[in-house]
Design a protein around this ligand. Structure first.
Ligand SMILES: [Zn+2]
Length: 360
């Protein structure tokens, strides 16, 4: 059984609107759910959020989950009241048309609902993907003056709009921005768990990172600030369990979180990877070894800090990742929480050094 307050947390995180550089609403949700009597919480000027256990240890574990979602900025307002888009993060034209979005006016904080449209030229091949640059948001305003009166300006953020719903099997949770809000929720749960524990060797710092979707920028600054001894990155990865997915049938929803061994920007630290896999086996927790051949995570920035930081990414399978409605599996999230709890407890008892390298 998954506690209702955890599902509430996931819902609030999903519904928060926050593209790269505008992570405020997610910082607010996280702050609201953190056990603030027992954890220190602050942020830096870049927008990263830090949650820290009250220990006074030399060694630090950093747990990162990014707060920004893929979305857009208002690029240009037409005389007849339509908003052209500047994508923030990777978008595929196929998933955009007809999607409901929210425009947040930074001037007055008002939120306006709209739909993504395009005027389809007669000459265009109907089978071709339309470039998001050809699309606009229709917020139902008669002209530019009405847009200005509403307080909407270039640079305002546009985010997908969707409700969070539990699907036919209640473990399947549909919503927007699960990349990476589901992992923000997992990070919060881990921090609250360890708020009540006494650790021997490590302090834990949970970080809600900023600006991941535009090139893992916030985590670079966070790693520099914290200089962790070990970093664990939590991020989603596209599930390959859907019709016509590729031949590696991995990231199957409901079959456990992923221990990522490779992504395009970082090779995971193998001692960490094997240690986590052993912890999973010992505690009968499902997991899937994973390789992210299509992209990177915050690990790409963090592991290159200073002399190099032992870093691993733990992944959660997600269907329809960069779209207005993705699906994750609640048991996978629960198992990732359990795995992190057991692993950190074991690490805290362990004499394992991670920075030893073989030399000739
Ligand atoms: Zn992500």
């Amino acid at each position: 059984m998954i506690a209702e307050d955890r599902i509430d947390l996931y819902k609030k995180l999903s519904m928060a609107d926050a593209v790269a550089g505008r992570e405020k609403e997610v910082r607010e949700v996280i702050s609201q759910y953190i056990d603030s009597a027992k954890l220190k919480i602050n942020n830096d000027h870049f927008g990263n959020l830090y949650i820290q256990t009250h220990g006074n240890h030399q060694k630090k574990i950093m747990i990162a989950a990014h707060m920004d979602e893929v979305g857009f900025l208002v690029r240009y307002i037409t005389e007849d009241g339509f908003l052209y888009l500047q994508p923030l993060g990777g978008w595929w034209g196929h998933v955009l048309l007809g999607q409901t979005v929210t425009v947040t006016a930074r001037k007055n904080g008002n939120k306006y609902r709209g739909v993504i449209g395009t005027t389809f030229p007669r000459s265009t091949d109907p089978n071709k993907v339309i470039d998001p640059a050809m699309m606009y948001v229709d917020v139902g305003a008669p002209n530019k003056e009405a847009i200005m009166e509403a307080g909407i300006q270039p640079g305002d953020m546009i985010t997908p709009y969707n409700q969070v719903e539990r699907l036919t099997d209640q473990n399947y949770l549909m919503g927007k921005a699960w990349d990476d809000r589901i992992c923000c929720g997992i990070m919060v749960s881990i921090m609250n768990h360890f708020a009540n524990k006494v650790l021997n060797q490590y302090d834990i710092i949970g970080v809600g990172t900023a600006q991941e979707e535009v090139g893992t920028r916030g985590s670079k600054i966070a790693a520099e600030k914290i200089k962790p001894d070990i970093a664990i990155v939590l991020d989603v990865a596209t599930a390959k369990d859907t019709p016509n997915a590729d031949r590696f049938r991995n990231r199957v929803l409901g079959e456990g979180p992923g221990i990522v061994l490779y992504d395009k920007t970082a090779l995971s630290h193998m001692v960490l990877a094997d240690m986590i896999a052993d912890v999973a086996k010992k505690n009968d927790l499902p997991f899937q070894f994973d390789m992210l051949s299509g992209g990177g995570t915050d690990a790409g920035s963090i592991h290159l800090n200073g002399k190099g930081i032992p870093t691993i990414t733990l992944s959660l399978g997600i269907r329809y990742c960069h779209s207005g409605a993705s699906i994750v599996h609640l048991e996978d999230a629960e198992n990732l929480i359990r795995l992190l709890q057991y692993f950190i407890a074991e690490l805290d008892q362990s004499k394992q050094e991670f920075l030893e390298v073989e030399t000739d």
